[in-house]
Design a binder for this molecule. Sequence first.
Ligand SMILES: [Zn+2]
Length: 364
Amino acid sequence: MAKKVVDPKLQRKKKIADCWEKFLKKHPDEKTCSIFAVKMHFKDLVVSCPQCGFANKCTEPENRSLKCAKCKKKIWILSGTFFRKVRRFQPWMAAIWFIERGVEITAAELARLVSVATSTVLAIFKKLSVVVESQMGKEIDLIASAKFVKSFMRRSRETPAGKHPREEETAAFSQRGNKSDSALHAQQIHRANRAPRPALTQEELDLANKLIGETEKYILSLLSLTPIRFDELHLQTELSIENLSAALMNLELFELLERLPGDQFILGVRADLSLTQSPQVQASNSQKDKVVSRFLDFVRSNHGGLSRKYLQCYVSLLWAFTDKVRWKKGSLIKACVAFREVTDDELIAYVTPLKVATPIALAA
Ligand SMILES: [Zn+2]
């Protein structure tokens, strides 16, 4: 048999086209979309009047308003809901459709399909991500936003004037207060972009496997590009000062860890590299790094880049697109119906915190 060569770009286009075709079968036009949305809110299209409580049967849900049969007041049927201000439902239903089916699509691609501006779809994605984020329970890891700095390619109103979007990370960090911390943080961003080191030699690997034990791996799992102090490590690991110091020295020896002034520690220049080299070390730190690299792939193949400000939104979207146990068909629309309105002002004020919430399902 001849070898099949699959072009990932073509494959992606086909997936999107198939998904869109199925969507159009169920939601061919604006009218069917708006009726669907209203039906999701009102069982059997029965709308209680907020004034008199009369149960009205909504006969023209696409109008989004009705006159109460008893008190004659006008009722805006979606007021107070997530969809309150929606003018056209089809872009919303389409975005939800693609996310629920795990078919990754960019705002620009979806905008073309539904004939609206890319910025409109971007806002839809962000508002949906707020709903998704609200569904994160305790099953999350907190990862320092500095770890995602490679994806910061777009400016936002938080980006310092005349600076690269990456500088937003430094700014976010310094707004936390401590000036010396912020200088340090700038250094870390520089490190996040540092060139990879040559691979460990077999000899080094053998030695690493001898010296890097469970203790070292555990410490490695606590490290990120945000400095952690010795006493914090001491507290978290519950190791004796002697054992902790020895383990730190072992990690430093292989550049898996870097010691900063003030007895602070961050991941070393070789952390990423050695993780792919030595399966032993990989088992340790891996969870968080796996999530970060998965996210960077997601951004690279779908969005090109983002601003730090909305990092959390995109992490939430990745979760919704990929965790099909939690986000199966029908789940996102239900979550939206149960949610409140997300205003434009809320989006404008949105800023990703220094620790990004990432569902542990993303590390699977
Ligand atoms: Zn009434």
